[in-house]
Design a protein. Structure first.
Lengths: 593, 89
């Protein structure tokens, strides 16, 4: 069986499936003699003590991997463990009804969960999930499962398969025997996907009902490069997989050897490769892969990790200062809050927008909410004195919005200077070009922005009127569509004429197949996921930029994406055997039934 | 028993982090602490209770403290809620 889904963290792995079963432990009512009731209460106390140890350990491990703020949820779990409603309530039921601890706990937890279900506020209602998490943990411990979430007895390489993964599950991904994971739900920006990427474990999400179709112990092949999962593969498939692994390892070694070499084309054009990051913790990986600065720091995480409270000016200042100091002398481009759309949700966003992707999000939202926007701008301005920081506004649709945003920024700067704070005098302020209206008026915008960064994900989706999350449209999502090429060409030309920098930070920048087109358009600054940098560096070193430019002149005259793609493949065949992808995944052969 | 009334002033109301902090403050005292919102009343040392109270910004809470340190408890809790749970929002 072969399942095609979304690869969110690259690499190949094989292992035995470990099914993370979300079904509740079966709980039965057992009458307990009066004299043994104290034993039941002691069992509950003991389970709580073990749970406390597990939660504290989880908290530490999660904090070490993704930072303190992400680990905050476990503080609530610890309070629930000692909650009088839950614990005294359960002890009371044990005593009055003379039943086992499991049954009493279940009765009380279910009654409390009902109370959560009645809450009108979505955010508070969802906090019931924390109670459920703690309840499941305690039930597992009462049933004698000491290592439910520990997996410490794993002796062979394992692939974690789950419907979804909660923060409590996150730490198990940090186990040396866990070689990959697959979840039925989730997207490219789910926290678990980002975590897998930071840990460099192959991961595939959005596998629909995979968790219902595999059993613990089934052999799985996971291709995080192409988002493939093979269940119980045949001998032929296994042989192909082993070959692919050898090639992949070889490929990785070659990339590693090149990591100190400059990203320069065959004809001597230098290309600046930067990293897109979300957590400050990802910076080390980015620098190790040779990133020349941060081309996109997504500040949303700062908001989500403190949700529902909002980060203060000091929070912003502390995080950005730490970041720019570590990246200096290279630059750090920080994008202001891009909340909303299909990516991030937060308490402060309007609910029930009929079309959130085109709704009150990103810069539109920030301009309406100065109490959220200003502390971020003030934090950014103050941090600008500490390193090489640039500010970038997302989803700008035209000159008017840019002027408004700059106006707020200027006000904040004047306030800060009056208060005696230092602010960089030559602070650069740019925009994301990701709305077609911005791309089409790039000449006007280039006069008022200090730099452009092209966001191809949104630009493509708005330009082609395609929801990229919609599977039935997958075939229509064509990065080489003539319309996109024309937009990109216009933006790069406008930037050049105005003498401002232009970079690209969408997923397209991490695609070696698209690289000849991007270089041919004149782009020399690309920002991408840290893990993609070695591969793109290698690809850059095998391309002649002048030839790519001549090719793009022809591409701009072509009528269809298919023609364009065929020409690119013919002109710049991937190295090695022609039809093989640059980044070898499971070979094509095993895709045949 | 001391009874006090206090209005929730922070924008997000009694959310998870505020509720956690409130439990920590209430647990410092030996007195029994009950917190009411309209017809509902819960144990002030229970995170689950406080969350299910679903108290939003502007809600008037009733604090009832009973025990040896009831006066100190009531004052500390009222001041903490008035100070918006120590947050800027």
């Amino acid at each position: 069986m072969r399942v095609s889904a979304i690869g969110v963290s690259p690499g190949l792995a094989s292992g035995r499936a470990i099914l993370l079963d979300r079904r509740e432990t079966a709980v039965f009512r057992v009458p307990i003699p009066e004299g043994d009731l104290a034993i039941e209460i002691a069992r509950l106390t003991e389970a709580r003590e073990v749970a406390r140890g597990q939660i504290l350990a989880l908290k530490d491990r999660v904090a070490a991997v993704v930072g303190e703020t992400f680990a905050g949820v476990f503080g609530a779990h610890l309070l629930i463990l000692d909650d009088p409603l839950l614990i005294s309530g359960t002890e009371e039921i044990i005593r009055t009804e003379r039943v086992n601890a499991e049954w009493a706990l279940k009765l009380v937890a279910e009654k409390l969960l009902e109370a959560f279900q009645r809450i009108g506020d979505d955010y508070l209602r969802e906090r019931g999930g924390d109670l459920e998490d703690v309840h499941n943990r305690l039930q597992g411990l009462l049933a004698g499962e000491r290592h439910r979430h520990e997996l410490s007895e794993l002796t062979e390489d394992s692939v974690v398969v789950a419907r979804s993964l909660s923060p409590s599950d996150a730490a198990l991904l940090d186990h040396e025997r866990v070689v990959a994971f697959c979840t039925d739900v989730g997207g490219r920006t789910s926290h678990i996907a980002i975590l897998a990427s930071a840990l460099q474990i192959p991961a595939v999400v959005g596998t629909h009902d995979l968790s219902a179709r595999v059993a613990t112990g089934d052999l799985l092949l996971v291709d995080g490069n192409r988002g493939l999962v093979l269940v119980r593969p045949s001998e032929t498939e296994l042989a192909s997989y082993r070959q692919a692994c050898i090639e992949f390892a070889q490929h990785e070694r070659e990339l590693q050897e090149e990591s100190n070499l400059p990203a320069t084309t065959l004809d001597g054009q230098d290309v600046t490769l930067m990293a897109n990051i979300e957590f400050p913790e990802e910076l080390d990986v980015a620098l190790r892969h040779g990133a020349k600065g941060i081309g996109l720091y997504r500040s949303e995480f700062l908001f989500l990790s403190r949700s529902p409270a909002l980060p203060t000016e000091e929070d912003h200042y502390a995080v950005y200062t730490d970041l720019v100091r570590r990246v200096a002398p290279e630059e750090t481009i920080i994008r202001t809050l891009d909340l909303g759309g299909d990516k991030y949700f937060h308490q402060v966003l309007a609910r029930n927008e009929s079309n959130p992707v085109m709704g009150l999000r990103a810069i539109r939202f920030c301009l309406r909410r100065p109490e959220i926007f200003r502390p971020q701008l003030r934090g950014l301005l103050r941090a600008s004195a500490e390193g090489n920081l640039k500010i970038m506004f997302p989803l700008v649709s035209g000159v008017g919005e840019l002027r408004q945003a700059r106006q707020v920024l200027t006000e904040c700067r004047l306030e800060l200077e009056a208060e005696g704070h230092r602010v960089a005098s030559d602070l650069k302020v740019g925009i994301m070009v990701e709305v077609p209206s911005a791309a089409l008026t790039a000449d006007h915008l280039a006069r008022e922005a200090d730099f452009f960064s092209i966001g191809t994900n949104d630009l493509l989706q708005y330009c082609l009127a395609l929801d990229r999350g919609n599977e039935s449209l997958a075939g229509l999502y064509q990065p080489f569509h003539p319309a996109l090429l024309r937009l990109l060409d216009g933006v790069v030309r406008a930037a050049r004429r105005a003498g401002i920098e232009v970079s690209l930070c969408g997923e397209l920048g991490a695609d070696p197949g698209a690289l000849p087109v991007l270089l041919g358009l004149g782009l020399r600054r690309l920002s991408m996921a840290p893990a993609s940098i070695p591969e793109i560096r290698s690809a850059v070193r095998h391309i002649e930029a002048a030839r790519a430019e001549r090719m793009v002149a022809d591409l701009l005259e072509m009528a269809t994406a298919e023609e364009i793609e065929a020409r690119v493949r013919a002109e710049f065949p991937p190295p090695g055997a022609s039809p093989r992808p640059y980044y070898p995944g499971l070979p094509e052969a095993i895709e045949a039934p | 028993m001391i009874v006090e009334e206090v209005r929730i002033a922070n924008r997000l109301g009694l959310h998870a982090r505020a509720a956690s902090l409130l439990v920590h403050v209430a647990s410092r005292f030996r007195s029994r602490v009950r917190i009411g919102n309209g017809s509902e009343e819960v144990d002030g040392k229970s995170i689950i209770g406080l969350l299910t109270l679903a108290a939003v910004c502007g809600a008037m809470l009733t604090l009832r403290c009973e025990g040896e340190d009831e006066r100190e408890a009531a004052t500390a809790l009222r001041e903490f809620i008035e100070a918006r749970f120590g947050e800027a929002s």
